[in-house]
Design a binder for this molecule. Structure first.
Ligand SMILES: Cc1cc2nc3c(=O)[nH]c(=O)nc-3n(C[C@H](O)[C@H](O)[C@H](O)COP(=O)(O)OP(=O)(O)OC[C@H]3O[C@@H](n4cnc5c(N)ncnc54)[C@H](O)[C@@H]3O)c2cc1C
Length: 396
């Protein structure tokens, strides 16, 4: 197994970097200030093929590998973490569950627009009382007879759901209790709820610490009726399906963290050469230079862990890898890269001194954006729990 990026991946990186520099970087600070979700850029990312990198050609995708998606997320995240997470969630939480668990009819209906970046889909697992403990979901869906056949009636609430209330959101898949399963445990299934279904409300967007240009809403469901065929995957397998989805998501979030660390390094290198104190550039002082050296170490280690996990995912897709080894690698990459990204933004802000505290410099935005990386798609504590279990420890 190798996890070196191929010349094709590097060529692709250059294309995404060019797009990110030209179409995103000049506007990132303004979108952040205005809490603006740039729909037009999502469409342009679609035209570039970013949403369809891993989707089959029959739905308009490129049928490419997961590593390419990580490269794209890293490069977008290097200039704007909000846009990076928009792509990550759109593919990882929106497209992938439909692609992996959907019926041919569900795929036909939803994927072409999602893959083209014309529309977005969200996935609602988290609830006010169920985050890390996602199995504690309270949202319910009951199958009842209707005039036009059986329908699911959904009641409940979800929170912190990415890409769930934008003007181009077409569908949100939610986990819900659909009965009682083995041993009296709740039976959890995944139900697709199209935007605009009566009773389904995307509440006003959150006022967040960071990711200001990413679309995040609480969702409420009050007697929401959808046809029986809106069940995604097997009845009672909703939770298990989502856990599988999250393994890939963890590597993609690690790639977003790599982009963040790379941005910190680039910004610091430039600034340390320019900023003068005591008659010379601050980069001449060991106290500053050594902090920047640490950024380089974090970047290399995070990148290796991330692309190793991505390569394992690609090998697994072709039947050559072990699922258990991939799960462990994904949790390790997510934990290490995201905690490094938070440290990297703290270092970068320090290197910039007082200017680093000013929104006029991008390091301030990266500082605010980084924290969520340690929380979303499984907190650092959850990653440590998974890693410890992977080592065979009987941790709860
Ligand atoms: C901007 C944003 C976007 C998001 N997007 C989505 C989305 O699209 N879809 C979605 O479903 N969710 C989404 N989330 C939710 C996210 O995945 C959850 O916030 C996260 O999983 C943590 O859940 P929680 O917030 O309920 O925290 P809790 O689970 O309440 O955790 C609180 C604290 O306790 C710790 N903790 C909990 N259990 C344990 C344990 N067993 N051992 C040790 N420590 C523990 C946690 O690590 C954390 O530090 C998003 C969140 C944010 C902020």
């Amino acid at each position: 197994m190798t996890f070196e990026l191929s010349p094709d991946h590097e060529e692709f990186r250059a294309v995404v970097r060019d797009f990110a520099e030209k179409e995103i970087a000049p506007h990132a600070a303004q979108w952040d200030r205005d809490h603006h979700f740039p729909v037009e850029v999502v469409h342009r990312m679609g035209e570039l093929g970013l949403f369809g990198l891993t989707a089959p050609e029959e739905y308009g995708g490129a049928g490419g590998d997961f590593t390419s998606l990580c490269v794209a997320i890293e490069e977008l995240g290097r200039v704007d973490q909000s846009i990076g997470i928009t792509l990550e969630a759109a593919v990882g939480l929106g497209i992938n569950p439909i692609l992996t668990f959907g019926t041919p009819a569900q795929r036909e209906r939803w994927l072409p627009d999602l893959v083209a970046g014309r529309r977005l889909a969200g996935f609602g697992l988290t609830e006010p009382g169920a985050g890390s403990d996602a199995g504690a979901t309270r949202t319910r869906a009951e199958l009842v007879p209707g005039a036009e056949g059986e329908q699911w009636v959904v009641n409940g609430a979800k929170q912190f759901i990415t890409n769930s209330g934008s003007e181009i959101t077409s569908v949100v898949t939610v986990t819900a209790r659909t009965g009682t399963g083995e041993g009296g445990k709740p039976e959890i299934s995944a139900i697709m709820v199209p935007a605009g279904t009566p009773g389904f409300t995307a509440e006003p967007a959150y006022d967040k610490l960071g990711w200001h240009a990413s679309d995040t809403h609480p969702l409420s469901f009050s007697d929401v009726r959808v046809p029986a065929d809106h069940l995604l995957g097997e009845r009672g397998r909703g939770y298990a399906q989502f856990l599988a989805t999250l393994d890939d998501g963890r590597v993609a979030i690690a790639a977003l963290a790599v982009g963040c660390i790379q941005a910190c390094l680039d910004l610091c290198l430039d600034y340390a050469g320019q900023r003068q104190t005591f008659g010379g550039p601050i980069g001449r002082k060991q106290g500053v230079a050594f902090q920047i050296a640490d950024l380089e170490v974090m970047l290399r280690a995070s990148r290796l862990l991330t692309y190793q996990a991505a390569a394992m995912k690609d090998a697994h897709g072709t039947g050559r890898g072990s699922v258990k080894a991939f799960k462990q690698a994904a949790a390790v990459a997510k934990l290490y890269a995201t905690e490094s990204a938070v440290t990297a933004t703290r270092i970068a802000t320090q290197v910039f001194g007082g200017y680093g505290f000013m929104e006029e410099y991008p390091v301030a935005r990266f500082y605010r954006d980084a924290k969520i990386l340690e929380i979303g798609e499984g907190t650092s504590e959850v990653q440590r729990m998974l890693i410890a279990r992977g080592l065979g420890l009987p941790v709860e």
